[in-house]
Design a protein around this ligand. Structure first.
Ligand code: UDP
Length: 387
């Protein structure tokens, strides 16, 4: 019998499976897809180029705990992500920074703005674009509105199907205006890519004789959450071990209160008979085309290959009826939180459940946040068990 059953073999599920297995517990890891790793999954395409099936993933964290944890399972290639955004036909650094300012505006004007910014904020301050828009100074207001229009508005409309105001701070705050000449996408202390890819790293995470993985398995067929008795059944029999839920809660409870909305993406992968396609890993197209960005994998993986593969991302609304779609981005709006909390209340009736990950928490997590939360969930379990 298993001490612990994990629903979903994405990053959260695999980290928790490893934590319990390393603690001597027998773990069953259930995954409906034909592969582990969730949306971190990468693989070699037909041309032999390592690509990220569900879009570009760059590992970045400030947490020494997280960094040490992942380094136990893979070496990391040092990689600092840089992004250019096409604005009025020019490719400038994104997040918008002082370099972007000088590249787009005449130098006298750029100098005046820089001075005004530095009178107000310290160098290397990250200012959310919404905050910059509330400035009284006409130059700063103009700049804020310019960035809003050319960097945020249309990208966010494409990405989320609504305006930055409707999406709220949690999404757009990830890309602030950066008063700096540091043109990296992230400023985190640790940044990199697992040398042999994410799938390899996650395979190492779950490489433990206490973990039994079942792929292509619908957890609904083996596990049942009985809402009348608040008990869990495994293969038709009462189950008193731990159940770790990393799957969406609406799906777990058969959508009884309705569907939690998500944004999803169509990916268009293209391989070219040329060593490189563009000048940098990612180019954002806030204002043109139906895709948001083009990413060229070889820049982040460091792979040497005579050909190159890129991916274009086309966002759209997630349709749960279409089984080929993936629920990528939880939509951070109050009405969705209210719906999520209704499901959460149902789950709270079950005592032996641990919840973790982007889907189960319905939160727009980075990989680092996912790992932090999974490690935290295990630590909490340990503390509760000692009591
Ligand atoms: N964003 C934008 N313009 C850009 C890049 C990002 O408006 O050029 C906004 C957009 O709303 C996006 C959010 O910032 O959804 C977060 O961007 P990030 O690159 O972190 O998105 P992810 O990689 O998670 O898709």
């Amino acid at each position: 019998m298993f001490d612990c059953i994990v629903l979903g073999a994405g990053l959260a599920g695999c980290v928790l499976a490893e934590r319990f297995a390393s603690d001597g517990k027998r773990v069953l890891l259930l995954e409906k897809k034909e592969h582990i790793g969730g949306t971190c999954y990468d693989f070699y395409d037909k041309s032999g180029i390592l690509v990220h099936k569900y879009g570009p993933h760059i590992f970045n964290t400030d947490s020494e705990t997280v960094w040490k944890y992942v380094n136990r399972f893979s070496d990391f290639r040092i990689y600092h992500h840089r992004v250019l955004g096409v604005i009025e036909g020019k490719k400038v650094p994104v997040p918008f920074n002082l370099e972007s300012l000088y590249q787009l505006f005449p130098s006298t004007y750029a100098e005046r703005i820089e001075t005004k910014l530095l009178n107000k904020y310290a160098m290397n301050t990250k200012v959310p674009i919404m905050e910059l828009q509330n400035q009284d100074d006409p130059d700063l207001k103009y700049l804020a509105n310019y960035i809003y229009e050319y960097v945020f508005l249309h990208y966010t409309k494409k990405q989320w199907g609504m305006s930055p105001e409707e999406v709220g701070g949690t999404a757009t705050a990830r890309i602030p205006f950066y008063i700096s000449r540091d043109d990296r996408y992230f400023q985190n202390r640790y940044q990199g890519i697992p040398v042999n890819g994410y799938t390899d790293m996650i395979n190492h995470i779950i490489d433990n004789e206490n973990i039994h993985v079942l792929l292509k398995t619908d957890y609904h067929k083996v596990i049942e959450f009985d809402q009348l008795t608040h008990t869990i059944k495994f293969m038709g029999l009462p189950y008193t071990g731990k159940v770790i839920v990393t799957v969406p809660l609406d799906e777990l409870f058969d959508f009884c209160f309705g569907h939690l909305p998500y944004r999803t993406l169509d990916f268009k992968f293209e391989t070219f008979n040329t060593e490189y396609f563009q000048e940098i890993c990612t180019v954002n197209y806030p204002n043109n085309y139906d895709f948001t960005r083009i990413t060229e994998f070889k820049y982040m993986t460091g792979q040497v290959h005579p050909q190159t593969t890129i991916v274009k991302e086309f966002p759209k609304q997630y349709d749960w009826k279409d089984k080929s779609q993936e629920p990528y981005y939880p939509i951070p709006q109050e009405k969705n939180t209210i719906l999520y909390n209704k499901y959460r209340t149902l789950l709270d009736e079950f005592s032996n459940v641990i919840l973790s990950g982007r889907l189960a928490d319905y939160k727009y997590y980075t990989m680092s946040e996912t790992i932090t939360n999974a490690l935290g969930a295990f630590d909490k379990y340990c503390v509760d068990n000692i009591k």
